[in-house]
Design a protein around this ligand. Sequence first.
Ligand code: NAG
Ligand code: NAG
Ligand code: NAG
Length: 367
Amino acid sequence: MKCCIRYKGNMDCVKKKRFMFCVMFFVSVLTFSVLYRLQVRIGFLMFSTKLTPLSFMCLNEKKQQDTQNNEDTSNTDSESSTKCDLNGIWTIKPDGRLGNQMGEYATLYALAKANGRQPFILPEMHSYLAPIFKITLPVLHQDAVNLISFKEYWIHDWMSEEYNHVDETFLKFTGYPCSWTFYHHLRDDIRREFTIHDHLKKEANQVLHGMKGSRTDVTYIGVHVRRGDYVSVMPNVWKGVIADRGYLEKAMGYFRKKYKEPIFVVTSNGMDWCKDNIDNSRGDVYFSGDGNESTPGKDFALLMSCNHTIMTIGTFGYWASYLVGGEAIYLTNFTLPDSEFLKLFHYDAAFLPEWIGIAADLSPLLH
Ligand SMILES: *[C@@H]1O[C@H](CO)[C@@H](O)[C@H](O)[C@H]1NC(C)=O
Ligand SMILES: *[C@@H]1O[C@H](CO)[C@@H](O)[C@H](O)[C@H]1NC(C)=O
Ligand SMILES: *[C@@H]1O[C@H](CO)[C@@H](O)[C@H](O)[C@H]1NC(C)=O
């Protein structure tokens, strides 16, 4: 550069300067476009997570609209800006089996609504629930899940006022929420979300119809006896008990007294225990669930087609009771008062006030 100033009119030098300028310009454009492409493809620069994925989603939506409304040029901008009102992505960590996942789904549904945010479920939850229920929440694509860094937000299993005022754009709830206190004001929505697919409903109704025989005034009572891992976890970890034969006898006695021709439809993941411990001398008990934990839809459909419910412990029976909407009998006070379980689980948040609680016999824990 200096040389050009000192020797004005030196054509070689001016050419060289122009040439250098062109090279620099070309290299800058190339570098910029390579970096831009890299950023768009793999996002190697991390900007604040506040806006990037949302902006992309809104951009896509706008593009689609622009191409749709090609001829109709009026108002495209304001239309797309009102349509793209996505103000966040809220989801929940899928954890546990059917009853837990239902609780997580319903809680996400309600808390997102309370905070005016858009709920999405993760693909794992969709593959668990969608084969059984006609759920409607949108599913986040795995690519989007990988792109977004969610703020995790742990919730306990009962509603708190603070959950109505959560201010996060990209939020993932964690925990095992299931309590009706989150969503009972939206009960109709929740029951619609958990409508069972027609083929499962049809199959369950055929099974129930087959039990009826010559009875004319039948009342079906779904009985869910949760055993499996709880048989050892309750006493050993939580200083608690699970349902025993005394509880089931009392609960069934209530319905036998109240209805002329009750039929008890038992589902369990410990059917052998049920057959040994449930009195069927009246011939009104049907051990019909297959208890297969990898295909819970069949047993759940059976319970949901009944008129009333007897639950023991766990979220599977809870959900059957909640969705059936008839009378429900539950086991309560099933841990010692100093159990750690009571820090995670509140009886009044777990069971509806109108349901009938029968206190557990804790005597096995005392010896
Ligand atoms: C449970 O169902 C699955 C899928 O239909 C089947 O492969 C498996 O053998 C069943 N398990 C039992 C214990 O019946
Ligand atoms: C009880 O359940 C059966 C089977 O789902 C149904 O057909 C019947 O209408 C129900 N009865 C009442 C009183 O709801
Ligand atoms: C369970 O325990 C609570 C607190 O001790 C008590 O008020 C309640 O009556 C008990 N429930 C039943 C069904 O016995």
